[in-house]
Design a protein around this ligand. Sequence first.
Ligand SMILES: Nc1ncnc2c1ncn2[C@@H]1O[C@H](COP(=O)(O)OP(=O)(O)OP(=O)(O)O)[C@@H](O)[C@H]1O
Ligand SMILES: [Mg+2]
Length: 418
Amino acid sequence: MCILSMSKKYIYQGNFKMTTTTTQTKAVIDTTVPVANALPSVITKEYAHALPIDELVALLELKDPEIEDVVYSDPRWNEMVTVDAGELFDIIPKGAVRIKQRKYRHPKCVASNPFYIPQRDVLRRVLGWWCAPERPLSLYLYGETGTGKTEMIQYFADKLNWPVSIMQVTEYSRSDKAQGSYVLHNGKTPFHYGPVAQSMKYGWCLILDELDKGNGDFHCKLHNPVEGKPMQIDDTGEIILPAEGYRCVGTGNTSGGGDISGRYLTSNRMDEAFRRRFGVVKCDYPAYDIECAILTSRNNPDSPISKKTIRRMCRFATEIRKALQAPEIEAKCTTPEELASAKLPVERLGCAFSTRILVAWHQYIMVFGRQFTPLIESFNFVFGESLDEEDRPAVFAILQRIFGESINHADEWTEEKK
Ligand SMILES: Nc1ncnc2c1ncn2[C@@H]1O[C@H](COP(=O)(O)OP(=O)(O)OP(=O)(O)O)[C@@H](O)[C@H]1O
Ligand SMILES: [Mg+2]
């Protein structure tokens, strides 16, 4: 139950507009529309439940933590429809798997990248974990920067209309922020749930982004939420039980064992007890074909970057990564034949050329002028200029090998145009 300040008169109608200032909340009333309902001074769960969904969501504009709790507790958010997973995810065969999707689009649903193309292996594991009848382990996606980890889970949740709460973890993340805090509202100090408490209580997907950057104390306080066990809020003593729809997913650049590559200096080694509470999926960069498809789908239809350039860009990405991973691949090869078939480049590198950078390069080729600006300019902007001195010769050698003279010209330049 929530009691509104009696000193103010809230008038509610289908198309009212709320504006919040630092000191008060005002209802701006459109006088051209007749007043439909006066908002009661007490908003109960029963009252909220009788409202149409859009009017229920409009109550959030009051920015009142107690009303927020009433809105998010509405049982309609948990109503599900069962759908064919093949209809939602192109790479799953139609008729193979049925999956629950939320019936109503929740205000905490996040629209995902419309150009996201999931990797089959990762999607298969996420799907299996998500749909399991029980989840004794949370999910941890790890891999090099820009492999699409964070977007993978956002994409998945978006397709299922699942509300998400994203917590960006850093060295300084504190458990009290994750649980919630008392806030000042209209002269009162109601408790406002933090991302972990909200996700557990209302059954959302909690994304603990960059989890391996967190400190030991923060991780320790997450033991129960990660294991799907009740969590007690330190400040109020309230015990939060994980609701049916609750899912907890962590992402990171390391497997949890700390940084051994020298590339992720702020990643910490996670405590053994914490690490063992996750099922782990390693994410690699998308394969050549998928990256070609990602870039092609992002092409401006009026002036698309040529297929030849896109193929070269993706080949370059593949080669750079081979040079990065070469020591690891070499160590796994047990015979000279295996080593030969790995077709490793002669160069060795310490920098990652991510799908994020590839997509940005594609974008800046268009922004800088596809038809008249040399490709090297956009390349230098997104990657070349930021290279360490020791990586520079190898990166430019690979670039030269793949693009030849065309890197110094605009898209669609050919030898004949010399
Ligand atoms: N499978 C994909 N389909 C389309 N775009 C992708 C894909 N994977 C990565 N990208 C591109 O890379 C960008 C980065 O993705 P995302 O933020 O999910 O990476 P990340 O693995 O979480 O990186 P970090 O470790 O740095 O947080 C996206 O915004 C998108 O442009
Ligand atoms: Mg990320």
